[in-house]
Design a protein around this ligand. Structure first.
Ligand SMILES: Cc1cc2nc3c(=O)[nH]c(=O)nc-3n(C[C@H](O)[C@H](O)[C@H](O)COP(=O)(O)OP(=O)(O)OC[C@H]3O[C@@H](n4cnc5c(N)ncnc54)[C@H](O)[C@@H]3O)c2cc1C
Length: 569
């Protein structure tokens, strides 16, 4: 039920289908990994695998990147992941960063929220960019890795057969169908996943009744990039309206249909355009505007209970559907891709047991439940599910202007980095307990500015290069030979491992220097502390003041348990 009024300020390239060499209808080549779906999640998974040296075939049913209005808000955590994927510059060049928003009730401002932003941060808490542009940037990054990523457009998976040691697929193209064989299949084929259906898997959770009209318009305005939300506004009584500024003078407006409104009628231009006009009048926007696109949205809060089924891994919307309020859809899918790519790469390269993939499901299902809990609360605040909730919301909105204590109830709970607190991979919790501050096992590295070895200004997340990282805190600098030998051993066993020395201000021979003097306190670290960090930037284990040979022996046990889970008693 979507309608295009005018072109977006973006022209998608159409890509032809391509047939590989076939033998009696079978593709001759057997593949290590096939990813189904070139949306944000499929692209990120393919790029992550390729950066780890694993060849990937990426199958996409359409002939181009997506069209219409979909994800527009990309979180700091996603930007950190995109930085490691080599795609950050495009996001920063095209996107609009923002840090907060305002909520209004019947014209009165009742909340001004800001997302965490301090002097330690490298990246903004949120960046607005349309999904077609997001996919285009990822496509260009994937094309840079074309020796390892084989993108096949107009190639739709129609059925599959899971085997004990891999998956057989039938794919259809405009010039014919063929069969493919792969060791591992990643389903990133979106909310209506063919792979999920073929495996007979069902999403579980809540589907909300409320409908929202999504409208993109073109309008020049000097209004800053922030997120206004209007509850029961004079321009659209009884409804909730969200407004987002996007690049290229595009504005996204989401408004809730009132009870009893017919969705098919509601998206017709003679209903949409006057509502947009009255919203813009209320906001004081006087510039000319023109509609680009309208569509309807219905919130779902659904997930599979497992994302790992034999040799099939499900990710993104194929695995879970998160309400858009709180912007956790694409963002959580990018997190899935980041979690999965390094694990699958270790397995595909033969450096880890396939058992490692169970931790992907464990960690990301837990993350989905956290995302869904926030998404449900935000959705129910947007459109109360029952009379009691409606009464509570009216009271909160009516009082929040005068009672700051109530304002957190209106906060939109924007997405933030998830901690894998109960991950089976977290190691040596008793050692971690010795720290008075800093990231616990399962948490992502807190950001901190540093001076890098070449004298340039950088941040701690710049030190993550896609493999495991041992962060060694020191007053002076040089890496102990025992630590270097440890890294060589694990590199030899196929787990890419880098050592980074972090020295206090004035320290020499270090990979990075704590020139602000904030790092050691932020991490609760002292000279001799060691942090072992996973390729996705989550801490695996940490040692505060343990003699280095002991810490390295324990770090070795943690690596062994991660790579060969079945070997550990
Ligand atoms: C109105 C709206 C607003 C949103 N706003 C936000 C936001 O601000 N922030 C946010 O994080 N999320 C947002 N989302 C959610 C976000 O768009 C999705 O979560 C995201 O697109 C999921 O990415 P994906 O790669 O898993 O799936 P998709 O983006 O759906 O990609 C799946 C791909 O698989 C392809 N495909 C499907 N079936 C097959 C097949 N059989 N064979 C081959 N290819 C196939 C499709 O063509 C598609 O390209 C929004 C969604 C909507 C609808």
């Amino acid at each position: 039920m979507s309608r295009q009024f005018a072109p977006y300020p973006f022209e998608a390239t159409r890509h032809a289908a391509r047939m590989p060499p076939l033998e009696h209808g079978d593709e001759a080549q057997h593949h290590a990994v096939v990813v189904v779906g070139a949306g944000p999640v499929g692209f990120c998974t393919a790029i992550g695998l390729a950066q780890q040296g694993v060849p990937v075939v990426l199958l996409e049913a359409d002939e181009s990147v997506c069209f219409g209005s979909r994800a527009i808000c990309i979180s700091r955590r996603s930007l950190q992941i995109l930085q490691r994927l080599g795609a950050l510059p495009g996001f920063m060049r095209h996107g609009l960063p923002w840090t907060g928003g305002r909520s209004f009730y019947r014209g009165e401002q009742v909340l001004h929220f800001t997302m965490p932003q301090d002097a330690n941060q490298k990246l903004p808490p949120m960046l607005n960019l349309a999904q077609y542009r997001i996919e285009q940037i990822l496509l260009e990054r994937a094309q840079e890795l074309s020796d390892l990523i084989d993108i096949r457009w107009q190639t739709r998976v129609t059925s599959l057969q899971a085997r004990d040691d891999g998956v057989d697929l039938i794919v259809r193209t405009p010039t014919g169908a063929y069969r493919m064989h792969t060791d591992w299949l990643v389903a990133a084929d979106g909310g209506r996943s063919t792979v999920r259906e073929a495996l007979g898997l069902k999403l579980q959770g809540t589907s909300y009744e409320g409908r929202y009209v999504i409208v993109d318009i073109r309008m020049k305005s000097a209004r800053p990039t922030e997120r206004p939300a209007y509850f029961d506004p004079p321009c659209n009584p009884g409804s909730t309206v969200l407004v987002h500024k996007q690049p290229d003078d595009v504005w996204r407006i989401d408004y809730q249909l009132r009870e009893g409104e017919d969705p098919e009628e509601a998206v017709l231009p003679h209903n949409v355009l006057p509502r947009v006009q009255s919203l813009l009048d209320m906001m004081g926007e006087t510039a000319d505007w023109a509609p680009i696109w309208t569509g309807l949205y219905k919130a779902n809060a659904l997930t599979l209970d497992r994302y790992h089924h034999g040799h099939v891994l499900l990710a993104g919307d194929a695995a879970h559907l998160v309400p858009i309020f709180g912007v956790r859809g694409a963002n959580s899918g990018i997190d899935d891709a980041d979690n999965l790519a390094w694990k699958l790469a270790l397995v595909a390269r033969g450096a880890a047991s396939p058992q490692l993939l169970a931790s992907y499901s464990h960690e990301r299902v837990a993350a989905a439940h956290e995302n869904l809990a926030h998404g449900r609360k935000s959705t129910e605040f947007m459109a109360p599910p029952d009379f009691a909730f409606e009464l509570m919301r009216t009271a909160v909105l009516g009082l929040a202007g005068r009672h700051p204590g109530l304002r957190p109830l209106i906060n939109p709970r924007q997405t933030s980095a998830i901690c894998y607190r109960d991950s089976p991979l977290n190691a040596w919790p008793e050692r971690s307990a010795a720290f008075a501050a800093g990231p616990v096992p399962g948490q992502v590295l807190p950001e901190c500015p540093l001076t890098l070895a070449d004298g340039s200004e950088g941040h701690i997340t710049d030190l993550l290069r896609g493999g495991f990282t041992a962060l060694w805190f020191t007053d002076t600098g040089p890496v102990p030979e025992t630590l270097q030998a440890w890294a060589r051993l694990w590199n030899h066993r196929g787990a890419r491992c880098t050592i980074c020395t972090l020295a206090r201000a004035g320290g020499a021979h270090a990979d990075a220097v704590d020139h602000t003097g904030r790092l050691f306190d932020l991490y609760g670290a002292q000279s001799g502390s060691l942090l072992l960090v996973r390729p996705d930037g989550h801490v695996l284990a940490r040692w505060l003041d343990v003699p280095l040979p002991v810490a390295l022996a324990e770090a070795g046990t943690a690596m062994q348990a991660l790579l060969q889970p079945e070997d550990v008693g």
